[in-house]
Write a protein that binds this ligand. Structure first.
Ligand SMILES: [Zn+2]
Length: 105
């Protein structure tokens, strides 16, 4: 496999290019850090835990279940499904190249 930045030949399993510092990972977070497979699974786990938690919490505190609550839960489930779909997309897509840290442009 060739590094798209400097055309150096790197191992298929490499997480970056030793020559120019280009990085390979499953996604990039807002701080510009490239995440590995473990972080993707961590994200899926977080979605599951928060998702289950939101459905258990009303049972513990006996919130009034009215139309507003049902709407909010519906919107919440939609957002959680989008988040889960994004993480699953990262896994299916596999590693992609990202520019070196501190790269501007
Ligand atoms: Zn390179």
């Amino acid at each position: 496999m060739q590094c798209p930045g400097c055309k150096t030949e790197v191992d298929d399993k490499a997480t970056g290019c030793p020559t120019c510092g280009a990085r390979r990972g499953y996604f990039m977070d807002r701080r510009g850090r490239v995440g590995g497979k473990l972080k993707v699974w961590g994200g899926i786990a977080a979605v599951l835990i928060i998702g289950i938690g939101v459905f258990i919490a009303p049972m513990l505190y006996t919130w009034p279940i009215n139309d507003t609550v049902i709407w909010l839960l519906g919107i919440f489930v939609f957002v959680m499904l989008l988040a889960a779909a994004q993480f699953i997309f990262y896994l299916v897509r596999g590693r992609v190249w990202y520019p070196p840290e501190g790269w501007q442009g």
